[in-house]
Design a protein around this ligand. Structure first.
Ligand SMILES: [Zn+2]
Length: 450
């Protein structure tokens, strides 16, 4: 049997690891994240209060009061969704707070049944159907403020789960300051807003505030001399001077035919909540090519990947290259609690991961001796997490002649990024590092999200 005496594959691997900055970055990142994995187990005072209040209401058979308490507390803690998850013996009530699912308390199955039936009744879904998913909606008032709730049910092995999405349509700030664009990014967004035609796409996972970005852009072009129309599922904010329409799949009112109908209403600017299929994509791009500014969202990970996704949906590259104006890819990261923020000591690992992450930017020289990091120090305002609220990190590509040419002739994401950098583009992870250095977030949080 032949043996390969002179080759030691392991030695080769280590050598490659040291040479390849990409792998080096990933290795240090996973080390830093491992140290940071202890936070979800903390039992917080607020959760005990919610549990007591809800269980007291249920004891008095007051399910409305119990549900109101849950919703009010969820909103107070900055939560977007309330989950009721069936386990074998209990039902877990969980809130998604700043993007992270947190266990609040357990309900016994009998109490849960009361809440479930009340929720199903309120949102007008069929009470007697428990073996297929259903969705519905209801609204309630807190201090005369209207809160919309979207519910969806799902039969599971241990019972019917329910998730409530809370849509707090009022009081949203729609200023660019609150989107936290880096100045080069802001400049790129301004440029695309000022064009009268073309397509602006905001991409990212569910719940990354893509619609907030679109609404903020719309509110900056909201002029009465323009007809602005939106097609949404659901309408998340109510805006003056904008004509908003909500699709209704149950009544066969879809994005694609809604969009065609909207174009017959002679609009200047159109926002389509989401592009889910080729039909919508083709209608939206032909609108963008015929003197309309079209804004929409798509589920993709990065700006460069978005191009791949659109082509794989079936659009011709030359149409894409003409129609597309700007891609804004975004994620949310948790913001350090401003009430307990303090400067922290920078570890060797943090320093090297920052330098590796910023190695391709023009800012790398400035960073070398300038690394300052901050952390949240557990306080009552942030329920002991050190974080309060979230901010966006972005990467933005503005189309120019070079990128349009590249799209027509075939591209790789690396090539696109290389050209886009000349126009001021920074990657999401680089935007995140900058935000950590300015004290808005932590490196751990940036690594967790990107
Ligand atoms: Zn705090």
């Amino acid at each position: 049997m032949a043996t390969r005496k002179n080759q030691n594959p392991k030695a080769g691997m280590t050598k490659n690891l040291l040479k390849d900055p990409e792998k080096q970055e990933a290795r240090i990142a996973s080390k830093i994240l491992k140290k940071d994995d202890d936070e979800s187990t903390i039992k917080r005072d607020a959760f005990v209060k919610i549990e007591k209040k809800v269980k007291a209401s249920l004891k008095k058979q007051d399910t409305d009061d119990a549900l109101t308490s849950i919703s009010v507390w969820a909103l107070f803690l900055g939560s977007s969704d309330v989950h009721y998850d069936n386990w074998e013996k209990v039902v877990k009530v969980r809130f998604r707070i700043d993007g992270i699912l947190v266990d609040i308390f357990d309900l016994d199955k009998k109490d849960y049944k009361k809440l479930l039936e009340r929720l199903k009744y309120a949102s007008e879904v069929k009470l007697n159907i428990t073996d297929v998913p259903q969705d519905g909606k209801y609204e309630f008032l807190i201090d005369s403020k209207k809160i919309d709730v979207r519910i969806s049910t799902l039969p599971t092995k241990y019972g019917e789960n329910i998730v409530c999405r809370l849509l707090d349509g009022s009081d949203k700030s729609l200023s660019f300051e609150d989107l936290w664009f880096f100045w080069t990014s802001q400049r790129m967004v301004n440029r695309s807003i000022n064009s009268n035609m073309g397509m602006i796409l905001v991409t990212g996972p569910t719940g990354s505030w893509k619609t907030t970005t679109l609404y903020t852009i719309l509110s900056h072009i909201n002029k009465r001399s323009k007809k602005i129309m939106t097609l949404e599922d659901p309408i998340e904010y109510n805006m003056e001077w904008i004509i908003q329409s909500e699709i209704d799949e149950k009544k066969w009112y879809h994005f694609a035919d809604g969009l065609r109908a909207m174009l017959r209403q002679d609009p200047d600017i159109i926002m389509v909540g989401e592009i889910r299929d080729l039909d919508t994509l083709q209608t939206a791009t032909s609108a963008a090519l015929t003197w309309h500014l079209v804004l929409s969202t798509l589920h993709t990970k990065s700006a460069a990947e978005t191009l791949d996704r659109i082509i794989s949906m079936g659009l011709q590259p030359y149409i894409l290259s003409w129609a597309l104006e700007t891609i804004i890819a975004q994620r949310l990261i948790r913001r350090i609690c401003p009430y307990c923020k303090k400067e922290k000591e920078v570890t060797k690992e943090e320093e090297s991961v920052i330098k590796l992450m910023m190695r391709n930017t023009w800012m790398k020289e400035f960073l070398a001796d300038h690394i300052k990091l901050y952390t949240g120090k557990w306080c009552a305002k942030c329920n002991g997490t050190g974080y309060k609220g979230r901010i966006g990190i972005y990467e933005i590509i503005n189309m120019d002649d070079d990128i349009r040419e590249l799209i027509k002739t075939g591209w790789s994401p690396e090539e696109v990024v290389k050209i886009a950098r000349k126009n001021g583009m920074i990657l999401m992870k680089e935007d995140g590092v900058l935000k950590a250095l300015w004290g808005h977030t932590t490196i751990q949080e940036v690594l967790r999200v990107v």
